[in-house]
Design a protein around this ligand. Sequence first.
Ligand SMILES: NC(=O)C1=CN([C@@H]2O[C@H](COP(=O)(O)OP(=O)(O)OC[C@H]3O[C@@H](n4cnc5c(N)ncnc54)[C@H](OP(=O)(O)O)[C@@H]3O)[C@@H](O)[C@H]2O)C=CC1
Ligand SMILES: C[C@H]1O[C@H](OP(=O)(O)OP(=O)(O)OC[C@H]2O[C@@H](n3cnc4c(=O)[nH]c(N)nc43)[C@H](O)[C@@H]2O)[C@@H](O)[C@@H](O)C1=O
Length: 325
Amino acid sequence: MADGKRFDLAGKRVFVAGHRGMVGAALLRRLSREPVALVTASRDELDLTRQADVEAWMAAQRPQVVIVAAAKVGGILANDTWPVEFLEQNLLIELNLIRSAFRVGVEKLLFLGSSCIYPKHSPQPIKEDYLLTGPLEPTNEWYALAKIAGIKLCQAYRKQHGAEFISAMPTNLYGPGDNFDLATSHVVPALVRKMHEAKREGAASVAVWGTGSPRREFLHVDDLADACVFLLERWSGSEPVNVGCGEDVTIRELAELVRAVVGYQGELVFDPTKPDGTPRKLLDVSRLAALGWRPRIGLREGLAGTYAWFLANAAAARGLAGAAA
Ligand SMILES: NC(=O)C1=CN([C@@H]2O[C@H](COP(=O)(O)OP(=O)(O)OC[C@H]3O[C@@H](n4cnc5c(N)ncnc54)[C@H](OP(=O)(O)O)[C@@H]3O)[C@@H](O)[C@H]2O)C=CC1
Ligand SMILES: C[C@H]1O[C@H](OP(=O)(O)OP(=O)(O)OC[C@H]2O[C@@H](n3cnc4c(=O)[nH]c(N)nc43)[C@H](O)[C@@H]2O)[C@@H](O)[C@@H](O)C1=O
């Protein structure tokens, strides 16, 4: 904790908003190891964009801890294609959850930002206080503005009311339960699916978006979930905390790694008509490291595990329902 005290999760009712998503599911796996009462609500049970429903549900369920892992999330093309949904839905979800958490006396709330909300040309590695110091990446400025508002709202509730609302800034995430729909997914699940299908069909090449030169830092979602529990117990500052692995690769290097993991023999063809996005967004993770947290899952090991999960769950994986494995 910024002030040294440790928040004790034991015996608490913990609401994981967005529990069916990649991060939410990882949080359930991680929290199942803690003596807590897990509280969840699917979108059918509770549409988090509907204020009155969220207020009524929170008043009835009275969670003591809330992790905001629910959001409208997508890759670079999805963000660029649907600015209204990425701005509007994320503002509504975070406003409803943060506001009703305060109204029902939630003891601690963790909000998730993202490395992509820092200024496009931040000095590297990116420190938490670089937020709002320059123009955003145009492809996801809508999502970024919503996320920045969420961080600021948590800071406002702490400043005005002393609320224990904290924020984390995860880097690019991947792992089991990711979204494999090629139109809306992030790069890792997209390349895993494309190379798997190319291998199965004997295709001579696989299209990789952009030039391959942008650099990205990738953290396995199980490491993120562990960092979230760590921060709930040990961080009580107003400032967000970067969560990453401290190293990055080019998209070309990532594609070559995925090709090796999938066992695809064909060519990679780079498509410069697709956006590269931010040239680099490596996080400075010294604040989290100073608290004593380290990631455990390396990229190659994590990609292999993700592909294994994909093979075992292809028929049911999001964006793949019914697709032949
Ligand atoms: N993936 C990444 O690389 C990164 C993600 N993050 C952050 O982590 C969090 C989770 O991301 P991730 O797990 O990848 O995203 P997913 O899309 O996998 O999960 C998002 C979850 O939010 C739920 N949700 C969305 N809208 C609503 C709604 N209106 N009502 C109820 N539930 C809703 C979804 O429900 P349903 O299953 O029904 O669709 C889903 O379970 C987000 O805050 C994201 O910004 C931060 C950095 C990187
Ligand atoms: C995670 C974080 O950051 C996200 O931004 P991003 O990191 O640019 O997201 P991305 O994973 O979609 O792309 C990473 C890079 O990879 C290249 N790339 C190659 N081939 C494919 C491909 O087939 N699909 C995709 N999606 N990208 C590809 C792509 O061109 C780009 O250069 C935000 O949208 C936002 O969601 C956010 O919170």
